[in-house]
Write a protein that binds this ligand. Structure first.
Ligand code: ATP
Ligand code: MG
Length: 431
């Protein structure tokens, strides 16, 4: 006997009731991005492995241990399922020379793959909305991206998502901080865990991001990058903060916010909810002015962020959002060969007139078809037997209201159905 096949651990099916919620979320997302002038871009799910090693950094969680990489069986090329979108997006922008006529605002949405331990809010295939602005230098675009997020939480009716920001300065400033930080960490060797020891010289900044409680007090007292920032970096950071203040968007400066990817500089930010347990970050991003050049392009500044869709949707539902399953406008019930052919034609005509029609397929008794009509949520059953078919007419039965059923000629059917649905919408005040 064969066992039933299962999806890969950490990769989830999104069943219809949830997929409808996803669609409603995606509609909001599209409207929101359009309101800020962002245009869509779609990149492949698979990229050459070196793209991520080069963009994200060799000594990062993602590149060290989270990537799904494999060799192309035909030519041995090293390939990776994308763990994030920024590297692919920048690769596409360079490949198609998209910055030749000025800055670009781009967005994408889709699955990302990371080989992590699956748990609530952490999956191996998860989904992000990614937003990237390329070619903009000033703090205005950073601030606008943060303000965009605030508006989205509002559009979705989400509450309690707080904003943390920090500045990572420029590479020379980070180099000076790094030297001081390494010296400090070396003085506290005895308190470092194995991972921190390993990272001491390769990526000491990431040690500040440790989740190990035993190291908290020590990292708390470590030299702060903020104290190493020069006037320009501080000016940029102040510019971002000024706009946030102007727009009355509350924020907290978190000097330990460093982000898990190497390519960030200056502004970094995260939006965090306390209602999601350990996986509370729903959105993260910042400036990555070095990445375009790092991937071989003419240097261009950039700023972007990514949201975890699963985490946002979990929050949306936890905070009481209920999506509606859209019922069809009518369910078509029919019996007999001539009736079946007529129903098919009538259903197509109604769809051409803009109605959503669920045509019964698969036969069955009149009674069982009526049960299905009821279960479909449709307000109306359209019924055809041989009598109606002979007359080119349909019996219209309202399923959610007291009303005489009526026999309506094919030519009047669309108008009649429209009247019923319009008066219903009137009744619940939804129009
Ligand atoms: P974390 O610290 O939670 O691992 P990260 O810093 O690795 O997050 P980013 O690479 O910044 O995450 O990705 C942006 C967002 O994508 C995160 O804030 C989160 O909402 C979401 N995300 C990241 N990894 C996962 C995952 N494995 N499953 C679900 N969502 C994820
Ligand atoms: Mg991670």
């Amino acid at each position: 006997m064969s066992t039933t096949l299962q999806a890969i651990r950490g990769m989830n099916d999104i069943l219809p009731a949830d997929a409808e919620l996803w669609e409603q979320f995606e509609e909001t997302i599209r409207d929101w991005l359009r309101a800020y002038g962002y245009r869509p871009i779609r990149m492949p799910l698979v990229e050459p492995t070196p793209l991520f090693a080069r963009a994200i950094g060799e000594v990062t969680d993602i590149v060290e241990k989270e990537m799904y990489s494999f060799e192309d069986s035909l030519n041995g090329e090293k390939l990776t399922l994308r763990p994030e979108g920024t590297a692919s997006c920048v690769r596409a922008v360079l490949q198609h020379n998209m910055l030749y006529d000025g800055p670009k605002r781009l967005w994408y949405m889709g699955p990302m793959f990371r080989h992590e331990r699956p748990q609530k809010g952490r999956y191996r295939q998860f989904h992000q909305v990614g937003v990237e602005a390329l070619g903009f230098t000033g703090p205005d675009i950073d601030a606008e991206q943060i303000a965009m997020c605030a508006r989205l939480w509002d559009d979705l009716g989400l509450e309690g998502i707080r904003l943390e920001i920090n500045s990572l300065g420029q590479s020379e400033e980070r180099a000076r901080h790094r030297a001081d930080l390494i010296a400090y960490l070396e003085q506290h060797q005895d308190q470092l865990d194995a991972e921190a020891k390993r990272r001491l010289h390769s990526n000491p900044l990431r040690i500040l991001d440790t989740k190990n409680p035993a190291m908290q007090a020590m990292v708390e007292a470590a030299p702060k990058l903020m104290d190493f920032l020069g006037d320009e970096s501080l000016g940029h950071f102040n510019g971002v903060q000024q706009t946030l203040k102007d727009l009355a968007i509350p924020y907290r400066i978190n000097p330990r916010l460093v982000r898990g990817l190497d390519y960030y500089n200056l502004t970094v930010f995260e939006w965090v909810s306390d209602e999601l347990g350990a996986q509370g970050t729903v959105c993260a991003g910042g400036r990555y002015d070095g990445l375009v050049a790092q991937l071989g392009g003419k240097p261009a500044p950039a700023c972007g962020f990514a949201m975890g869709i699963e985490r946002l949707l979990a929050l949306w539902q936890d905070q009481g959002y209920k999506h509606e399953t859209l019922a069809p406008d009518a369910y078509f019930v029919h019996q007999g060969a001539a009736a079946g052919r007529f129903a098919f034609r009538a259903a197509e005509a109604l769809r051409s007139a803009g109605f959503a029609i669920h045509l019964h397929c698969g036969g069955g008794s009149f009674k069982s078809q009526m049960k299905k009509a009821d279960a479909s949520g449709a307000p109306v059953a359209l019924i055809v037997g041989d009598d109606e078919a002979a007359e080119n007419a349909v019996t219209v039965k309202e399923l959610r209201a007291e009303a005489e059923q009526q026999r309506i000629g094919f030519d009047q059917l669309a108008d009649h159905l429209g009247d019923i649905i319009f008066s219903m919408e009137d009744d619940d005040g939804s129009l």
